[in-house]
Design a protein around this ligand. Structure first.
Ligand code: NAD
Length: 506
């Protein structure tokens, strides 16, 4: 295999520069390390050698491969040492003025064919390239941390970047064993843009006091299959990294309400509750282990009243079957009897509104989230309204926990927790398709590899039903009157006719 760029330069040899150097040298490029900080390049080289020794120890590299990789790494003491590089990847500090100065200096040093790439995660590639003589040779090449393990890279085209440069960077990414995705130069590119739904909506839910952090995490993991809950994830990433990303995307989109950050993270960042690395974030950590409060056992109740299910309930037949399986006495009348526990299962509406609209007694009305198919629900989520009687709440909780299934009881909100998060993720992803940030296929790839979601956001929309997602958003917009829940036209058209979100337009 002929390596596309036989000689590459790395400017800035911190966490990212090192990772990129590692995979490039492993793929067969000569790698020249440059850093302005004294000794940083040498330390990076030593760290690479160490890393390769470890890989050899685990049997992942042979001794010959290690020697060959080591021989390909050189230290550049001045920037002009990069003059014969075919590609230079800049991974210095995240400041526009510094990146522009680095590229202006580099352009005067390298040959005309050389490609200048930036690993920026939040700055505009177009702005970085703006002062260059050859902006067409400049692109974004956005890796994720840790580079060798995060197998996706965004190839970002600035307004003047040539298509051939992007195609070559994508081909080179593959030679390094990574999956390239093509992104337009827009705030957050693909992964940091698509990632706005999960944490931002969870924070919004927490800020409404619908449930505590641990309950929100449990619900999203058990119902939707996320490996980590949003608060666990923010603790791991640390708020000094994730809060500025939220602010940056929001500001760059001129305060688009969909991306509005939360005062919760702003305050915690100011207070130094950054996450696992500081020993306290949304959770407290003892020896690196999150101290998660235990769930209370389900209440013990003497008897369970008969249950009446609203004719408008989502997945009504599944819900009735579930109640039967749980041994409930089901009422079949047109209206609930005066004793009945009254169940509603709305999409996007709150339990209170449904009780009013369907003329039900709010004191006996409980909501259950039926977005996820009953059979696959690993946790059942119930919501009370402000008037719900405790005996009715406890009866519903005990009933739905009868088969040992975990049950969470949360406060009423427009849309259940899982509904809100799914709808927000799918809506943001749809809007990215509408804007043409990337292709739907690259969006799915970038999110599954870059964020580790159980499925891509469009596949998630298909799983829960584009029409259901649309209904959640329409109803949430009514409840909240907040433009952040405004459905993207891309989703509206597809959801309205029940079309797959992965359908390719002719
Ligand atoms: P880092 O602080 O670990 O390393 C930055 C290195 O750049 C330091 O060694 C510093 O001495 C050096 N440097 C600073 N100014 C320089 C200059 N003018 N010339 C040469 N070297 C210079 O930072 P990092 O986490 O590796 O991030 C580097 C870049 O990658 C940033 O643009 C960042 O936004 C981006 N990025 C970071 C991550 C991440 O998770 N850390 C992920 C994707 C992208």
């Amino acid at each position: 295999m002929n390596i596309l760029y036989p000689c590459i330069g790395i400017v800035g040899t911190g966490a990212m520069g090192r990772g990129i150097a590692q995979i490039a040298a492993q793929a067969g490029s000569t790698v020249k390390l440059f850093d302005t900080q004294a000794d940083a390049a040498r330390k990076a080289q030593a760290a690479l050698f160490d890393q390769w020794d470890k890989l050899a120890g685990k049997g992942r590299m042979t001794a010959e491969q290690v020697t060959a990789a080591q021989q390909r790494v050189q230290i550049a003491s001045v920037l002009t040492d990069l003059r014969d590089c075919d590609l230079v990847v800049e991974a210095a500090v995240e400041r526009l003025d510094i990146k522009r100065a680095i590229f202006a200096e580099l352009e005067a040093v390298v040959q005309a064919h050389a490609v200048l790439a930036t690993n920026t995660s939040s700055l505009s590639v177009t702005a970085i390239a703006a002062g260059l003589q050859r902006p067409e040779q400049c692109a974004g090449f956005h890796f994720f941390n840790p580079v060798p393990l995060m197998k996706v890279v965004e190839v970002v085209a600035g307004l003047k970047t040539s298509a051939a440069v992007c195609a070559d960077l994508a081909a080179y990414a593959k030679q390094m064993g990574h999956t390239p995705v093509a992104a337009q130069d827009t705030p957050g590119f693909i992964v940091n843009h698509a990632g706005r739904g999960f944490g931002t909506e969870a924070l919004r839910i927490a800020s409404e006091n619908v449930a505590d952090f641990a309950t929100i995490d449990r619900i999203l993991k058990d119902q939707l299959g996320f490996k980590l809950g949003p608060f666990e994830l923010m603790d791991l990433t640390a708020l000094d990294v994730s809060h500025p990303v939220m602010e940056s995307v929001y500001r760059q989109y001129f305060e688009e309400p969909r991306y509005r950050p939360s005062v919760i993270t702003a305050q915690r960042l100011a207070g130094g509750l950054l996450g696992k690395k500081t020993g306290e974030g949304f959770y407290r950590y003892v020896d690196g282990v999150a101290q998660v409060p235990a769930e209370a056992p389900p209440p013990v109740v003497a008897s369970i009243p008969p249950v009446w299910v609203s004719p408008r309930a989502t997945r009504r037949l599944e819900l009735l079957q579930l109640l039967k399986d749980l041994g409930a006495t089901i009422e079949t009348g047109a209206a609930p009897s005066s004793l009945a526990l009254t169940l509603v299962a709305p999409l996007g509406f709150d339990v209170t509104t449904v009780a009013v609209v369907e003329r039900l007694d709010p004191a006996r009305t409980i909501g259950i989230d039926m977005l996820v198919e009953a059979k696959t629900q690993k946790r059942r989520v119930l919501a009370t309204n402000p008037a719900t009687r405790t005996d009715m709440r406890d009866a519903a909780h005990a009933l739905f926990a009868r088969d040992g299934s975990p049950v969470s009881v949360v406060r009423d909100s427009g849309g259940f927790i899982s509904q809100r998060v799914v709808a927000t993720i799918v809506n943001i992803a749809s809007d990215m398709c509408q804007q043409g940030v990337c292709t739907p296929a690259d969006l799915e790839t970038a999110v599954t590899l870059g964020l580790g979601y159980p499925q891509g956001p469009l596949a998630m929309g298909n799983l829960y039903g584009p029409t259901n997602v649309l209904e959640i958003l329409f109803n949430m917009q009514t409840v909240y009157g907040d433009p952040r829940y405004r459905p993207s036209p891309w989703l509206r058209r597809r959801g309205a006719i029940g079309l797959s979100l992965l359908h390719v337009e002719e």
